[in-house]
Design a protein around this ligand. Structure first.
Ligand code: ATP
Length: 119
């Protein structure tokens, strides 16, 4: 909670703390059809929020050891402060679950190609 407070202060904007229910609903209970991909830390799902916003929800593989939690917290703090067109924006997180989830802006597939000129 202290970390989230620090993020809000440093970011100066809203860092959203999502409930588990919100993310379960947004991703259709983490349905396979919403899987965007798998990374080194876990699975990423497409989520549709109640306000119509589309997000990418990253769910970590398993519960973390306390050292990993510290590292995770630091990375969350840093990422929440970066606002750059080439770096995906971290919108918020959900910590009320055993396996933390991070919520990022959704990047359409064609915007991840080197040829994309939309930025
Ligand atoms: N913000 C996003 N919007 C859309 N798709 C995403 C987004 N973030 C991740 N993905 C999809 O999920 C896949 C896994 O992403 P993830 O960040 O977990 O792994 P990664 O890019 O391989 O890096 P890492 O080494 O950190 O695991 C990506 O390859 C991409 O297809």
């Amino acid at each position: 909670m202290l970390l989230l407070h620090e993020i809000s202060l440093k970011q100066g904007t809203t860092f959203i703390v999502f409930t588990e229910a919100e993310l379960v609903e947004a991703t259709d209970n983490l349905a396979d059809k919403n899987i965007l991909g798998h990374g080194g830390f876990g699975t990423v799902y497409r989520g549709l929020l109640k306000d119509g916003g589309v997000v990418a929800v990253k769910r970590f593989i398993s519960s973390m050891a306390s050292e990993q939690q510290k590292e995770f917290g630091k990375q969350m703090l840093i990422l929440s402060q970066i606002n750059h067109k080439n770096i995906v924006k971290l919108l918020g997180c959900c910590l009320e679950v055993e396996v933390p989830m991070l919520v990022y802006e959704f990047i359409p597939k064609n915007c991840r190609e080197a040829s994309c000129t939309c930025a």
